[in-house]
Design a binder for this molecule. Structure first.
Ligand SMILES: [Zn+2]
Ligand SMILES: [Zn+2]
Length: 228
């Protein structure tokens, strides 16, 4: 089998430089020399699972304890929480302090200060959510109020129309009853109706004209009987 050329040799998964033929023949994915903790510089020979996890997470190769120490050190220097891993690291560190007689208070104070800030952010987010919910509620109530008002207006209109129809029906019934009793009234109404239907006439004008004419002929407009 011919020796693979440089371009065919896969790179080290850690430093990305080509592997040696020895390492390739051993089916290694990274250099022997690269198996080193980036924090404590100690060998991580044999810690394959840990190295694979660091590679998968896209983090520098390091012991988990060393990674925590580095994250906390960075936090002490910058005062910035880069990711949730730091909070986990701080928490782990604080848990260890429980067994220490005189724990260093500076880290605890540092973390406490940040947690208070995070608490304030949480309160702000909570308040924003509450405000949004109240706004949504107000909109819903306003919509309901509009619907209720429209419903009531419609009901009132229908009620008025019904009452007017009933009144007109009652008036018409009374009128027809009166006309049955006094047939003269029916003739009077028919005369007024035909005159009021002509252009330029109103009901009132026609009524007055017909009644005047009746009176002129010596009759009572409401009975048709001769005026004594
Ligand atoms: Zn390497
Ligand atoms: Zn280490």
């Amino acid at each position: 089998m011919p020796a693979p050329t440089d371009s065919q040799i896969p790179p080290c998964a850690i430093c990305l430089q080509p592997l040696s033929l020895d390492e390739l023949n051993l089916n290694r994915r990274w250099h022997f020399d690269c198996e080193q903790c980036s924090v404590c510089k100690q060998s991580m020979s044999g810690a394959v699972a840990m190295i694979e996890k660091c590679l998968a997470d896209g983090k520098p190769i390091a012991h988990s304890v060393c990674a925590n120490v580095a994250a906390i050190q960075q936090f002490r220097e910058t005062g910035i929480i880069q990711n949730s891993q730091l909070l986990d690291a701080m928490n782990e560190e604080l848990l260890i302090y429980r067994y220490v007689v005189a724990p260093p208070t500076s880290d605890i104070e540092l973390l406490r200060g940040h947690l208070i800030k995070v608490q304030e952010y949480a309160a702000t987010v909570s308040e924003m959510l509450r405000t949004a919910q109240v706004k949504i509620k107000i909109h819903a109530i306003q919509d309901e109020a509009v619907v209720y008002k429209e419903k009531k207006t419609k009901e009132r209109k229908e009620k008025t129309e019904k009452a007017e129809t009933e009144q007109r029906t009652a008036e018409r019934s009374a009128m027809l009853a009166a006309e049955r009793k006094t047939p003269w009234l029916r003739d009077r109404r028919k005369s007024i109706e035909s005159l009021a239907g002509l252009p330029g006439w109103t009901w009132d004008l026609a009524e007055k004209a017909i009644d005047d004419k009746t009176r002129a002929s010596g009759k009572d407009p409401q009975t048709g009987e001769a005026i004594q």
